[in-house]
Design a protein around this ligand. Structure first.
Ligand code: PHE
Length: 351
């Protein structure tokens, strides 16, 4: 090869190499390019090798040109590598950037269900008056739900509680197991276990075979109370429940007791409070009555005391039962009992 030809070959290889290099964006492409031009069998390397065939004088001139070309390509390669690496890092930073100044994501805060709140409030009020909280089974025997509460089999008083029965028959082929219709079975269960004095408060779920509407649920809570001791009178009942009404509905509340019937108390009463919304003048909440009934109560029936082995000549007591859903509806102004159990967050988040 003549020195002129070789010089041109070097020149062309250099131009082609630089031209190609400008279009490369990936590290792999750069490596291929290096092998193609500067590698052992690369275009420029081949040209350098041919220098040996030239006369000494020509070799010096063309050799210098070749070395310059080689240095230029190496330097351009190093630059291209830097360029590719930097743009890769910039891309990563774009994708994975952490902005430490951004506000955090809010953590969802839980809250108590309105019924949990009211149950706690009711229990707290009685606990502060010396009552102890106990709980009992929701699947109950006829015996505790009715018989020991002075409601015999086939007695019409059973119609007061529309009962959900469990398929379970006793020796006489009668249904004997049910979902408790009230928390009163815990009266007998408690007295069976302990001697007087008794002071218990029983929150718990109850069930009735009933159609639902704005004021009726087929499952609901009750809170039962029972106090038995020597010399307990209706005055103790009134004083205790008056204190409770003031704790829940305000210190200025008045209470009203009227006769009512429950087979397991004698006498039986219903307690009302004067309407806290209109102060007794009559409004939508009290249905123009000025009074709101909030619970049933009475003196424990002697037959119930006898049934658990107490002597009614020595021990007397009072019992009461209330519906916390109703209390919560009054207190928080809730118009439909079904809201408690429909799990609508728009409702629940208000508490
Ligand atoms: N258990 C009664 C009911 O469900 C309420 C009650 C309890 C009444 C205790 C008097 C005494 O209606």
């Amino acid at each position: 090869m003549t020195s002129q030809n070789l010089a041109r070959t070097i020149e062309q290889a250099r131009e082609a190499a630089l031209e190609e290099l400008r279009g490369l964006t990936g590290e792999e492409g750069l490596e291929e390019w290096r092998v193609r031009y500067l590698g052992r069998r690369g275009r420029l390397t081949a040209a350098l090798r041919s220098l040996g065939t030239l006369a000494q004088e020509e070799r010096r001139v063309v050799g210098a040109q070749a070395n310059q070309a080689k240095a230029l390509l190496e330097e351009s390669l190093a630059q291209a590598r830097r360029r590719v690496r930097e743009s890769r890092i910039a891309g990563l930073a774009q994708e994975e950037r952490i902005d430490v100044t951004r506000p955090g994501r809010p953590v969802a805060m839980g809250r108590f269900h309105p019924l949990t709140r009211i149950l706690r409030e009711i229990c707290d009020a009685f606990e502060s008056m010396g009552f102890q909280v106990v709980e009992g089974p929701e699947v109950e025997w006829d015996r505790y739900n009715f018989e020991m509460l002075n409601i015999p089999r086939d007695h019409p008083a059973r119609d007061m509680w529309n009962t959900l029965w469990i398929d379970q028959e006793d020796d006489e082929g009668r249904q004997s197991m049910l979902l408790r219709t009230h928390t009163s079975p815990m009266q007998a269960r408690t007295m069976e276990r302990v001697k007087p004095p008794v002071r218990v408060i029983v929150p718990g779920k109850c069930y009735r075979y009933e159609a639902t509407d704005a004021t009726h649920e087929w499952h609901f809570y009750q809170v039962e109370g029972l106090a038995v001791d020597e010399g307990i009178t209706l005055a103790n009942l009134k004083g205790t429940l008056y204190e409770f009404a003031r704790r829940l509905f305000g210190a200025e509340r008045k209470v009203r007791f009227r006769c009512d019937y429950f087979p397991f108390v004698e006498p039986g009463v219903e307690m009302a409070i004067d309407c806290f919304a209109c102060e007794g003048a009559g409004c939508r909440i009290c249905r123009e009555a000025g009074w709101i009934e909030i619970l049933g109560a009475g003196m424990v029936h002697p037959k119930v005391l006898e049934g658990v082995g107490y002597d009614p000549a020595v021990h007397t007591g009072f019992a009461f039962g209330m519906g916390p859903e109703r209390i919560a509806m009054l207190k928080y102004g809730i118009e439909d009992i079904r809201l408690f159990y429909s799990n609508d967050l728009r409702f629940l988040r208000q508490f």
